[in-house]
Unconditional design. Structure first.
Length: 165
């Protein structure tokens, strides 16, 4: 893999560090501070529930963390949101797309090889139709592999074809 784009790689790492760590922690501290000192401290009925800033943090974390874990779980496991995100990433990332397509091709080849091994282990010869099918698979894969690049959309078209069900 080429590392010619060190500037873009650095920019990517910077954004990851900023958004995943710094901004996340800063936003959490900021939200807790602002909501307490602007909303709760000035509302007597809320001051009864959250008498101090530390009490507010403890109660908020005790309720918020499990709630947010549940929401995160639902996002990944119970809704179509993550599936849509994963599809977009697969469409946009030629390297990820290539891995999926290669895996599908390998499965197809493995199926043919297993069929040949079973016949061979039973001392059977391949029929002319089976031999012809294997040659067709070989030609199809060769044409596909020779024509695809990371710049063209052949992998994406293949991926779209196999995911339409």
């Amino acid at each position: 893999m080429s590392h010619r784009n060190n500037g873009f790689r650095g920019w990517f790492y910077f954004r990851q560090g900023w958004s995943m760590y710094f901004a996340f922690i800063f936003a959490a501290v900021n939200t807790l501070t602002v909501t307490y000192y602007l909303a709760i401290e000035n509302a007597p009925f809320l001051k009864v529930i959250f008498p101090t800033f530390v009490d507010y943090i403890i109660i908020t974390v005790a309720i918020g963390v499990p709630l947010l874990v549940g929401i995160g779980y639902a996002h990944f496991k119970r809704t179509r949101a993550y599936r849509s995100e994963a599809a977009i990433v697969a469409e946009a990332n030629p390297f990820g797309r290539r891995n999926i397509v290669n895996t599908e091709m390998i499965l197809k080849l493995n199926f043919e090889i297993i069929n040949m091994l079973i016949k061979s282990s039973n001392n059977q010869k391949l029929s002319s139709e089976e031999t012809e099918r294997i040659k067709e698979v070989q030609l199809e894969l060769k044409k596909f592999v020779d024509a695809r690049t990371f710049e063209n959309n052949n992998d994406l078209q293949f991926l779209n074809k196999i995911t339409k069900s």
